[in-house]
Design a protein around this ligand. Sequence first.
Ligand code: PLP
Length: 449
Amino acid sequence: MNARTSRVLHRSLRETPPKAVGGDGVWLIAEDGRRILDASGGAAVSCLGHQHPRVVEAISRQASRLAYAHTAFFSSEPAEALAELLVGHEPGGLAYAYFVSGGSEAVEAGIKLARQYFIESGQPRRQRFIARRQSYHGNTLGALSAGGNAWRREPYAPLLSPVFSHVTPAFAYHEQRASESETDFVARLAAELEAEFVRLGPDTVAAFIAEPVVGATAGCVPAPEGYFRAVREICDRHGALLILDEVMCGMGRTGTTHAWQQEGVAPDIQAIAKGLGGGYQPIGAMLASARIIDTLRRGSGAFQHGHTYLAHPIACAAALEVQRIISDEQLLDRVGDLGGLLERRLTERFGNHRHVGDIRGRGLFWAIELVADRATRKPFDPGLKLNQRIKADAFEAGLVCYPSGGTVDGRSGDHVLLAPPYIATPQDIDLIVDRLGFAVDSALRSINH
Ligand SMILES: Cc1ncc(COP(=O)(O)O)c(C=O)c1O
């Protein structure tokens, strides 16, 4: 079927993608029978690979028992069990889970909860949010307002909320000056955030929102040592909340359940999605601290928000099984081991590549950044669409990876993100790097490099 005869509004209006008809662990199967290695779990979603029998069985069990009951009337067993598993031990003080259908909804809920918390704690002036340039928090209007990616924001700029302002991202490869140590860089970013609080009026700021490891827009960028501790201190001193968006980097992707566990801080509100349900069902969650929820409980008695599919029983049952498998099979240890292997293989293959400027990441969340010139870190002309060429050549070679453009400033720069399933084998990792190497070189040849 060509683009004109498909009635699905696809991402491209010029091309209809092939149909995926099956999955088998790390492999996706296309309608022509081709097996394609899923090296990015789509967009860092499929943490257990495809068609894990235990998850398929859990979904079918729940579907045959009860598919849906509205949360205005009922709770459900899988929602209660999933919340208990996620926040029963109150990690970092997070004690409640609000289940939604994806990452953008989780971020929207977090923003609204922060606002309502300050109304109910007698600080209604707190209505500003500080976020970072080059971040991505989702595509609904509130989440897009929080996001700092210029390209994604541009067409909708007139619709976006002016209460969000953006500071410099903790993106060492592009933002750290040659004259600066890591400590100097962190101090400069902290001073800028402090200045933004002061500019806005510290008692007007509700929250700072950031991805602990920046995902899609910049390509697996961990923060420099001490950055999040500095951020947490500034938020605390000014009485603002810290919202961490772990939609992409969370739920084990970086080797710990939460990426913030490696930063020595905990958030007041957190967004998770993708790896929560591993793609088996659409599900995300907002996690919130007891302090926030207790304030609402003593006040209005309800979070003034909601969706039809909150805490959907089948979605919760799928996520519950995904999380139980991660724990039963000790997959976070595996993420650490395989992550080390992926880093080594990427470094062997691309460490001396004249057009790979940076290899960065954590756990099973890695990216390479392509540059025209390694010495100056100059990106390729965005008109060449290098990242799209890599995507096409990789697909041709039987590899799904996640290349994007706009790495530097939302317009220029190219990177390729990898987020293999936690169940991958060392042989899968070798194959991923081989195929990616082939795709990168073939795409570069096509633009005469
Ligand atoms: C960090 C982050 N936040 C939010 C979102 C939005 O999630 P969703 O696409 O499920 O709405 C994404 C999606 O890529 C993301 O990476």
